[in-house]
Design a protein around this ligand. Structure first.
Ligand SMILES: *Cc1c(COP(=O)(O)O)cnc(C)c1O
Length: 427
């Protein structure tokens, strides 16, 4: 077959190709489930394009202050409709997901307030924003006398709602209950929408003045419902992840109640001006196209992640989540046996990528990490992680975190190359 010839030319051994193909047929029904979710979310997105009347003029660039920039306003209305919120901010001027979360934290919290994180240790880059190491003068929340408390997840990985309510009863300064939907880069489960709903309802029922905020990074479109549809006040996420569809070149969004978004807008630019300004000379076309394609791209990434889990489980490796567990984020952790296997897997991801496929990744001393880290990122958008990518700290246990894949075929190719290079026994 010419297809096999092509795959072999790219370095896939015939037994690796057969193994991955066979694995795919064995989990056909699981993969089909992701198609159903993607289909539902595609309708949801199309409905929003229709009901907000997106038109070609909204793709036009703007300059200067960007007063009455129709593209900026329409994009916000579109996201608000998709996430069923009163309003939203969608902006190329927000530099990253961390920046957007920082805007939400500083926007909603005031000195002497407490932020209560109920999903255990938050994402790495937020430690400095919160001021967990309490470094004076760094500009963290702690620097502004905003306090932080944490409720860990229960041993089975769920939110400890009872403890959360205890904290709220005892500490009247808690102004925000915060949680991270995705596992991020930790060996834990991502949180499902029903749990998020249970938490939000329990908190809002007793403490309506407390904001419930969700770090939605990696979670968008993995389920039919988003946190803002089940009682959450504000969600925040990056546009070089799920909702950018692989096309948005930079930026982030916040979607929520008018009260929350107004406060965040005052922080994004300044008090009194909020979202009245903000121009973008490059135009908004890739943002509209990106959110339009996002449900399918997320579906492809989920299929790739499930196939990755299944292939490695068949070969005796531990994975998180397991291939047949529910998925509410796009990351997939695989625990390898040793450093050689880890390097081979990450390098195979790079080899299978559309960009910089000839580059061989090496471990390096990444700022802020105690161990060397190796990364594969042959992506069109720098750091874009709805695109196929892999990261791994070089230490025991040897865990590779993989995510993304705008196309399912790209993930399949990476798996075929990985199995070929890892000297796995495949027959
Ligand atoms: C990516 C991510 C963030 C923000 O990361 P940036 O690299 O700053 O965009 C925050 N939380 C989670 C769970 C993430 O996956």
């Amino acid at each position: 077959m010419t297809e096999n010839f092509l795959l072999q030319e790219m370095g896939a051994l015939p037994q690796a190709v057969r193994f991955v193909e066979q694995a795919q047929t064995e989990i056909e029904s699981i993969l089909g489930g992701f198609s159903k979710t993607a289909e539902y979310n595609a309708y949801k997105v199309l409905e929003a394009f229709r009901s907000t009347n997106v038109a070609a003029r909204h793709f036009a660039p703007s300059t200067g202050y960007g007063y009455s920039d129709e593209g900026r306003e329409k994009l916000a209305a579109l996201f608000a409709r998709i996430f069923r919120t009163e309003t939203a901010i969608v902006s190329p001027l927000i530099a990253s997901g961390t920046h957007a979360i920082s805007i939400a934290l500083f926007g909603l919290l005031r000195p002497l307030d407490t932020m209560l994180c109920v999903s255990g240790t938050p994402y790495d880059t937020l430690h400095s924003v919160i001021g967990l190491e309490n470094e004076q003068g760094s500009g963290s929340l702690a620097d502004y006398a905003i306090k932080y408390q944490q409720v860990d997840l229960l041993p089975a990985g769920q939110i400890d709602i009872q403890r959360t309510l205890d904290y709220l009863r005892l500490n009247k300064s808690i102004r925000m209950v915060y949680l991270q939907r995705s596992r991020g880069y930790a060996w834990r489960n991502s949180l499902g929408i029903r749990q998020i709903q249970e938490l939000a309802e329990a908190v809002k029922q007793r403490h309506p003045q407390v904001y419930v905020v969700v770090d939605n990074c990696y979670g968008e479109f993995t389920e039919p419902l988003e946190p803002t549809e089940v009682g959450v006040d504000l969600i925040v996420g990056s546009l070089i992840k799920n909702p950018g569809g692989g096309l948005a070149p930079t930026g982030a969004y916040l979607a929520g109640t008018a009260e929350c978004i107004d406060k965040c807008a005052a922080r994004l630019t300044c008090a009194g001006i909020g979202t009245e300004v903000g121009s973008y000379l490059a135009g908004y076309l890739p943002y509209f196209q990106g959110i339009y394609l996002a449900p399918q791209a997320v579906g492809n990434a989920l299929k790739g992640a499930a196939l990755t889990a299944y292939v490695f489980q068949k070969l005796g490796y531990q994975t998180s989540p397991a291939y047949n567990q529910p998925r509410t984020d796009i990351t997939q952790a695989v625990r390898l046996h040793n450093e050689e296997e880890l390097l081979a897997l990450v390098r195979a991801v790079q080899k299978a990528s559309p960009v910089d496929s000839n580059v061989v990744p090496y471990p390096w001393d990444m700022p802020g990490y105690q161990h060397q880290v190796i990364m594969a990122a042959g992506t069109f958008i720098q750091g874009g992680s709805l695109e196929l990518s892999a990261d791994a700290p070089l230490r025991e246990p040897y865990i590779a975190y993989m995510q993304g894949g705008l196309t399912f075929e790209n993930v399949k190719l990476a798996l075929m190359l990985a199995l070929s290079d890892m000297n796995c026994k495949l027959e």
